[in-house]
Design a protein around this ligand. Sequence first.
Ligand SMILES: NC(=O)c1ccc[n+]([C@@H]2O[C@H](COP(=O)([O-])OP(=O)(O)OC[C@H]3O[C@@H](n4cnc5c(N)ncnc54)[C@H](OP(=O)(O)O)[C@@H]3O)[C@@H](O)[C@H]2O)c1
Length: 263
Amino acid sequence: MESQTGIRPFAIVTGASRGIGAEYARALARRGFDLLLVSRNKDRMNRLALELTGRHRVQIDSEALDLAEPEAAHRLYVAARQRRPTVNLLINNAGFGLFGEFVEMPMARIQEMLRLHVNTVVESVRLFLPGMIEQRSGAIINIASIAGFFSVPYLAEYAATKAFLITFSEALAEEVRPFRVRIQVCCPGSTETDFHVTAGFKPKNPLGTQHAAVVVDASLAALERGPTLVLVGWRGRVISWLSRCVPRTILVRAAAARMKPSG
Ligand SMILES: NC(=O)c1ccc[n+]([C@@H]2O[C@H](COP(=O)([O-])OP(=O)(O)OC[C@H]3O[C@@H](n4cnc5c(N)ncnc54)[C@H](OP(=O)(O)O)[C@@H]3O)[C@@H](O)[C@H]2O)c1
């Protein structure tokens, strides 16, 4: 994506302190984007900013924000506007998994996930989209998951929030298509990051895991002309095929058997 003004394009990456978000930051800095990195961990983001400015002629800012807090989207919007009047690309990537029996989960953690994956993303999109529509350019990438294609026992809430992101993004993409604004929903499968440690389970995907850079390459390659819903590699296509062709009752029982916590 190129800025129409001659100045470097500007992107926001949430969850940029590590994992997939940090890879988006690396890939965008390589493409000449100025960046606003967002997460709760200022030190990690500062280290990443140093790495990127050492390699590329770009400006990298960071903002420590807990995006699960009620006013987070507004704070993000203000932080962005203090830096630049126009945002060319917003990547809503911050997220975490929550593994186990739903009735055992702490209510605070459940609310944190709902706010981070649903409320803050929806509110951020509502805040940033009008500027993009006015400019007749810009893009938003929402990071969902292949888990969003299924009902996943023991990851029930996580999969449901990702399903929300898929339908929300696909619908919005159509609404804003006439204004030349792109919305993408990227659906990675098992990816080598801290995600599984935070979620509290080992990756059990029989198709194996992929590197975060593979996810980011697929997503950015699809941004200009690719589909709204981005699947990553052959694993993504297999999972998507399964979700359409195997009856849901069979899938959900198979997922329960696979995911059931031991002990
Ligand atoms: N890895 C996978 O297998 C996989 C598969 C499908 C989808 N995904 C999705 O990919 C996205 C990125 O995950 P990842 O795999 O890169 O995991 P990760 O390595 O654990 O990174 C998660 C990122 O989200 C940030 N974050 C979490 N809670 C936050 C909060 N309340 N406020 C601000 N930032 C917050 C973290 O920053 P701090 O903790 O430093 O604040 C970190 O930068 C998530 O949406 C995840 O659901 C991952």
